[in-house]
Design a protein around this ligand. Structure first.
Ligand SMILES: [Zn+2]
Length: 310
């Protein structure tokens, strides 16, 4: 094998170095090219998200029956539209009313910019402003301060026929479980009753004891809280239940699960019904605790009556 001369060896080293340098430059170039391609791919999506033709605003939560006027500083004073007028209606001055439980959005367009606000309407209690009860009738169903009300003043439509309320029923079973842990057995004696069921029941009582007496312990069709799916009679719906340890446990603990003893002792003139230790009504924990702690009947708490028109 021939030995390289010193000059040849130096030339070879230069060539080798040059090839290495070109390789390094090529690698750096390819890598940076790849990064630029990635950026280019991401860019259009970013542009869409931040484009100037939509302006998404935070969600608004409303109770059924609640009125709210949109803050002009944030929402402007333009004309708003609701995507579902069965859930929320909104007027030109940004005055909106929750009509039914559900989700929709309200939107407005000005200067080519569309503003969209998601709205969730929930059922439940809200603190009245100024103490006056806020009474709203939606499809024949009355909500007072967001609470669905059925009594002798406020009835339900004949076709209000949805069975037991799922949330109320789940809370009821949670309560039964807790009672069991305390050695108390509770069970449903009577839950949801349709308009027709109530009609049959009331007419039977009316026949037995006359209208005046029947009205003190049974509701006329359309006026029973049982039709709302939010009321339950437990164990034994009779005066024999009043002095039991089960009735005592119920009175002490039902608010923790969102229920109230709907027809308390001594409040007959307010509720329109005699004391019923077995009849609980679901309001949700917040409202049930507030009503119970007030010591008032639901009618007195809300500032409403319970009287038949005739
Ligand atoms: Zn009942």
């Amino acid at each position: 094998m021939r030995q390289f001369t010193k000059a040849e060896a130096r030339r070879n080293r230069i060539v080798l170095f040059a090839i290495l340098a070109i390789l390094v430059i090529a690698v750096v170039f390819v890598v940076s090219l790849g990064r630029q391609t990635d950026k280019a791919k991401k860019k259009p999506a970013q542009t869409q998200v931040t484009s100037q033709d939509t302006d998404d605003l935070p969600e608004i939560a409303l109770r059924v029956g609640q009125e709210l006027t949109l803050d002009e500083e944030i929402y402007g004073n333009s004309e708003w539209e609701s995507s579902d007028e069965n859930i929320v209606v909104v007027g030109s001055a940004g005055k909106m009313i929750g009509l039914a439980v559900g989700n929709c959005e309200i939107s407005t367009e000005s200067n080519g910019i569309t503003k969209t606000v998601p709205v969730t309407v929930v059922s439940g209690y809200m603190t009245p402003e100024g103490g006056e009860p806020q009474i709203r009738v939606v499809d024949g169903v009355t909500y007072v301060n967001g609470i669905l009300i059925v009594n002798k003043t406020y009835s339900l439509p004949e076709d209000y026929n949805y069975g037991a309320d799922e949330e109320a029923l789940a809370a009821l079973y949670d309560m039964f479980d807790a009672a069991e842990e305390d050695g108390i057995e509770l069970f449903i004696a009577s839950g949801f009753r349709s308009y027709e069921d109530q009609k049959v029941l009331y007419e039977k009582y009316e026949e037995e004891s006359g209208k005046e007496a029947a009205d003190t312990y049974s509701a006329r069709a359309g006026y029973s809280e049982h039709q709302s799916g939010l009321a339950f009679d437990v164990n034994d719906p009779s005066d024999a239940f009043n002095d039991t340890s089960e009735a005592q446990w119920l009175a002490e603990h039902c608010a923790e699960f969102g229920f109230i003893i709907r027809f308390p002792k001594g409040k007959e003139s307010e509720t329109g019904y005699q004391y019923e230790s077995w009849h609980v009504r679901y309001l949700g924990v917040e409202a049930a605790k507030e009503v119970t702690e007030s010591g008032k009947s639901l009618e007195a708490f809300l500032g409403i009556t319970s009287e038949y028109q005739d």
